[in-house]
Design a protein around this ligand. Structure first.
Ligand code: IPE
Ligand code: IPE
Ligand code: MG
Ligand code: MG
Length: 372
């Protein structure tokens, strides 16, 4: 019964559900039904909270410089899956109801804060990557100069910090600022490691924790703190955010190889092209009969590009992406994502079995199967 609710999440009830199935069981069903769960249905138990988050995100200061206000509203209104605020709202519901209670506004503030921080990092990430498409629409840097876009991103960071302060909780505020520092550290590590074909795979895990999983940790741990759970359960939810976030980025990196621009709403095939080595690439090298020849070819075509012959690099990347897409590297990377998701499911085992936990489990399945 639980499994069918996870795969047909429209049926999530308001009442507590039966004891949770393990992720393995979810996976078995998934193999029969490959469709990704409907995120909106998984969000149903926290829909009122999400509406409040949305209103908070869109509230713009009437005295704001008009072009900045317009950019702000365009960025916030451009959609996005809203996964991070949803995780915060769900994670707040394990120590008695927060929804409808006198302290729910602090959870709303946290949820708005993590989504605003996420949006700000995307604005800067697209400047760094020179990306022109995001959430199916032109990026701000496609319309504005890089300098102005960075400043607009800073405005979003400031707004995120403001929301974080509204929680009134020093521990959560510190978590927010440490997360921001960690994300910057991760993006810089990624920049530094571009085209470094000899980097250890460990660098990959380190930077995806920093640039992505750390924010999922802040969402789930922050909510656990605000709901005043005991320390062990706060730690469980932090670990859940970590494992969920690591899997989320691994799947994003797989989709960069196998997805298409229209479904993703952002440019596919850009990581390797920009010299960012991701998990499918490391698996491809590991499985290759002559990895040294692949590395030598990459280094040689990079040298050619540096010498003013970019077409060689374009061709090398195109043929490598083609080979990699058809290799076992994709499945090997997916298997790693599943391992992180299995751990995420385990992290929930000591938490009360309620409809919110069922949604978190369903979101693990969504991450595994997502195509966008
Ligand atoms: C994109 O995150 C950036 C990564 C961490 C991979 P999302 O895929 O959650 O982006 P939106 O908010 O839905 O656009
Ligand atoms: C996530 O990584 C970026 C941030 C955490 C800001 P990606 O660079 O893979 O994200 P996309 O693919 O551009 O969304
Ligand atoms: Mg990017
Ligand atoms: Mg990506």
């Amino acid at each position: 019964m639980l499994i069918s609710q996870l795969t047909s999440p429209q049926s999530i009830p308001d009442m507590a559900m039966e004891p949770s199935a393990s992720y393995e069981a979810v996976e078995t069903i998934s193999q029969r039904n490959n469709a990704s769960p409907d995120v909106n249905a998984l969000f149903a138990p926290i829909r009122p909270g999400l509406r409040q988050v949305e209103a908070k995100l869109r509230a713009v200061d009437s005295t704001l410089f008009a072009p900045l206000a317009e950019a702000f509203l365009t960025l916030i209104g451009s959609g996005g899956k809203r996964l991070r605020p949803a995780l915060a709202l769900l994670s707040a519901e394990f120590n008695g109801p927060m929804q409808g209670g006198p302290r729910h506004h602090v959870v709303i503030a946290l949820a708005a804060s993590v989504e605003m921080l996420h949006t700000a990092t995307l604005v800067h990430d697209d400047v760094i990557d020179g990306a022109l498409l995001r959430r199916g629409a032109p990026t701000l840097n496609a319309r504005w100069s890089g300098v102005s876009t960075v400043l607009a991103g800073n405005y979003l960071f400031g707004t995120a910090a403001h929301f974080s302060a509204e929680t009134g909780d020093m521990r959560v505020i510190r978590l927010f600022s440490d997360t921001l520092r960690t994300i910057v550290d991760g993006e810089l590590r990624q920049l530094k490691d571009r085209y470094n074909f000899l980097q250890p795979r460990e660098n990959y895990y380190q930077r995806i924790y920093a640039k992505t999983a750390s924010l999922f940790c802040a969402a789930t741990q922050g909510a656990a703190i605000l709901s005043r759970l005991p320390e062990e359960r706060i730690d469980d939810l932090r670990q859940f955010g970590y494992n969920f976030g690591m899997a989320f980025q691994i799947i994003d990196d797989i989709l960069d190889f196998i997805g298409d621009n229209t479904t993703l709403g952002k440019p596919a095939g850009s990581d390797l092209h920009q010299g960012t080595l991701t998990l499918p690439f490391f698996h491809y090298l590991q499985q290759h009969s002559a990895p040294e020849s692949v590395l030598a070819m990459l280094e040689e075509s990079q040298r050619e590009a540096d010498n003013g012959n970019p077409m060689v690099w374009e061709e090398t990347v195109a043929s490598l992406v083609h080979e990699l897409r058809n290799s076992a590297a994709i499945e090997a990377a997916r298997e790693e994502a599943r391992r992180f998701l299995n751990r995420a499911v385990d992290n929930l085992s000591a938490l009360p079995d309620n409809v919110y936990r069922s949604s978190l489990l369903g979101l693990c399945e969504f991450v595994e199967k997502r195509t966008y």
